[in-house]
Design a protein around this ligand. Structure first.
Ligand code: GMT
Length: 375
């Protein structure tokens, strides 16, 4: 099959999932064309079956906002015509589903019928898409997709609650390539970061308000009073400055390492003992799954799709959003005893295995076949 994948090329989860999906499909013999404004951060182009098409937006002084969705739909039309693409798979509704729909209409005029699958990732529904300035367009593009998927059952419920949806939504959960985590030898040398007696606690995110970065610092502040530990903060974003300032004032400067946007996430997670994700909202929590695949238990909030991924009392613990005291108490429960920690690590890994890419890719392939059969 020849398909075009539209996604955000950044560190965000939706772009990472789209990249992993496209890469796996290419390995299974499909021809995959990524269409986006920059090469996706995790995309390795060296494959016979992977293509990347950059969307360029010409700047013009008249425009206060450059029309990316127009440039994207035009690019899609060109790529479909030039490479004989059979299907569009757009990740993140805004503006990708809208641009995809426009491309479909333009192609129809030339007698080319091409189906579009839209995958909803979370903030395109709960935070951004739901805003009145976007809502009619998001509703329209979801209802006019040939198939719609959501990355968790929780996100499906939210979509049906917040929008007037007439289309069936299939839940196809996010996934991880477990073969990468099953190798016998792994360089998890923790001595580069911590002393032997210290536990390593980690957080990875874009540090936007929805991640509640201050809660992370407050949880760690309590934990480190009971357990010798360090906190590694991976990523960057608007909440970092205030959180760093608070941490420094609380005397935690030497115990927290802010490493910024790292390309060594798996290496860091591999030597971590605990992962913190106390988000206000999370449709899935891919970062938690990546931690679990690295045998790192998770302390998270119980919002959105997080309880589907992080099983309370098994792969870690879930608590109400903002319940820093309970999250810290649960973190201490996991970290204070070697055997308990080891049990949680094994359980986190076992839970991650449910989301192995091998179980999920066939679901997408089946969906593509159904959609193509319907056109
Ligand atoms: O919130 C982020 O970290 C980025 C955002 C995105 O759009 O890439 O992540 C969303 O999609 C991910 C992949 O499906 C999910 O794992 C995240 O939970 C979801 N974020 C939110 O719902 C806040």
């Amino acid at each position: 099959m020849k398909l075009a994948i539209v996604c955000y090329p950044t560190f965000g989860g939706s772009g990472v999932v789209a990249t992993m999906l496209g890469t796996a499909l290419a390995q299974r013999g499909h021809e995959v064309h990524f269409v986006t404004y920059k090469q996706p951060v995790r995309l390795e182009l060296l494959s016979r079956n992977i293509f990347f098409h950059e969307v360029n937006v010409e700047e013009y002084p008249l425009f206060h906002y450059q029309p990316y969705d127009l440039a994207l739909s035009s690019k899609l039309v060109n790529v479909v015509q030039e490479y004989g693409i059979e299907l569009l798979h757009v990740h993140y509704a805004i503006p990708h589903a809208y641009a995809g729909y426009m491309a479909q209409q333009m192609l129809k005029e030339q007698g080319i019928i091409i189906p579009m699958v839209t995958t909803l990732h979370g903030t395109d529904i709960t935070l951004v898409g739901n805003h009145p300035v976007y809502k009619p367009s998001v509703t329209f593009s979801i209802n006019n997709s040939d198939a719609v998927t959501s990355v968790s059952a929780s996100l499906k419920r939210d979509t049906l609650k917040l929008f007037d949806i007439k289309k069936e939504i299939d839940v196809v959960p996010n996934f991880i390539d477990m073969s990468l985590y099953k190798t016998e030898f792994k360089d998890c040398d923790r001595s580069v970061m911590a002393f032997p007696e210290e536990r390593i606690i980690t957080h990875v995110s874009n540090m936007r308000p929805v991640k509640r970065v201050m809660d992370i610092i407050k949880i760690f502040e309590k934990v480190q009073k009971e357990i010798p530990s360090i906190l590694i903060m991976v990523g960057d974003g608007p909440e970092r400055f205030a959180a760093e300032e608070y941490a420094n004032k609380a005397g935690l400067k030497m115990k927290i390492k802010w490493v910024g946007n790292s390309t060594e996430i798996d290496r860091i997670l591999c030597f971590s003992d605990l992962f913190l994700l106390p988000s206000k909202k999370e449709s899935f929590g891919l970062a938690a799954l990546e931690a679990m695949a690295n045998r790192t238990p998770v302390i998270s909030s119980n919002t959105g799709g997080l309880p589907e991924v992080n099983e309370d009392g098994v792969s870690g613990f879930t608590s109400n959003v903002g319940d820093v005291d309970e999250m810290a108490a649960n973190a201490i429960k996991i970290l204070k005893d070697d055997q308990v920690l080891s049990d949680f690590k094994n359980a986190a890994f076992a839970k991650a295995e449910q989301y192995d890419i091998l179980n999920i890719i066939p679901q997408y392939e089946k969906l593509y076949e159904n959609v193509l059969a319907g056109t």
